[in-house]
Design a protein around this ligand. Structure first.
Ligand SMILES: [Zn+2]
Ligand SMILES: [Zn+2]
Length: 256
């Protein structure tokens, strides 16, 4: 099988034996993006990077990640430049359109300044909320991992077996996998894969539910001395399986 840049990290993600290999990949890509933007390479000081930041900004989740990452000065410098643009834009909008002038009729993004200027204040704010430089930074790479996943499923029997022996996926990534099966696979193989993945998900969703129930049972004094079985960390795994991500993770911090 042809090896790509993504083959080995994808295998590694499955070998971590977490509740979802795509959560593992997403976490790694998010950490890489934080290192890139705020880390020792100081991308936040480069004019071209700052131009993107000024235009796009960050989502609520990633502001929080950036705050805890630890480069306070880097964060502040980037934010200050971003504020300058936001305040300029906001002032223009308030002067020209105290009342909503144009709401978004289409789900299209306002890409250029001219289009952006036509938006009402509320539409302009919502437009910003949908965008994030960190989300955007790893989006393209993430898609390549998904493509590689389906390529390997088709081409490598051992990988197929490995996936079907894994713990499955979180619901969030299960949706992407289900869409991907439609897009990338066909014929009997598509039907077989969908059936196997559904079975895998069913078994593993039930397993986690069982772990969670035993976790609750352990609070009963009669079970005080009983074995934890696999339930010691059932709470965070149950949260992850439904919502994605790693609820028990500590903050990812700068290595500096
Ligand atoms: Zn996941
Ligand atoms: Zn984001």
């Amino acid at each position: 099988m042809k090896e790509t840049l993504y083959t080995i990290p994808l295998m590694d993600a499955f070998n971590e034996e977490e509740e979802c290999a795509f959560c593992v990949i997403e976490r790694k890509l998010e950490q890489d993006a934080l290192d890139y933007i705020l880390g020792s390479g100081a991308a936040y000081m480069q004019v071209d990077i700052r131009e993107v930041t000024d235009k796009i900004g960050f989502c609520q989740k990633h502001f929080k990640d950036m705050f805890h990452y630890g480069n306070a000065l880097g964060n502040a410098i980037m934010l200050s430049s971003y504020y300058h643009r936001v305040n300029t834009q906001l002032a223009k909008r308030m002067e020209s359109s105290p009342l909503a002038k144009k709401t978004k009729l289409f789900k299209k993004k306002a890409d250029d300044e001219e289009e952006e200027a036509k938006l009402s204040i509320s539409a302009w704010i919502r437009d910003r909320e949908e965008e994030c430089q960190i989300c955007g930074h790893f989006k393209d790479t993430y898609i390549r991992y998904l493509d590689t996943f389906f390529y390997m499923l088709k081409e490598d029997e051992n990988f197929y077996k490995r996936v079907m022996q894994s713990k499955g996926f979180c619901l969030h990534h299960y949706a992407q996998i289900a869409d991907g099966i439609e897009k990338h696979l066909s014929g009997d193989f598509k039907a077989k894969t969908m059936k196997d993945i559904n079975q895998l998900m069913k078994e593993n969703m039930n397993r986690v539910e069982g772990d969670l129930n035993w976790f609750i049972e352990k609070f009963d004094y009669r079970n005080r001395d009983a074995d934890w079985k696999n339930s010691r960390d059932a709470l965070q795994r149950a949260m992850q399986k439904i919502g994605g991500g790693f609820p028990a993770d500590t903050w990812y911090v700068s290595k500096k």
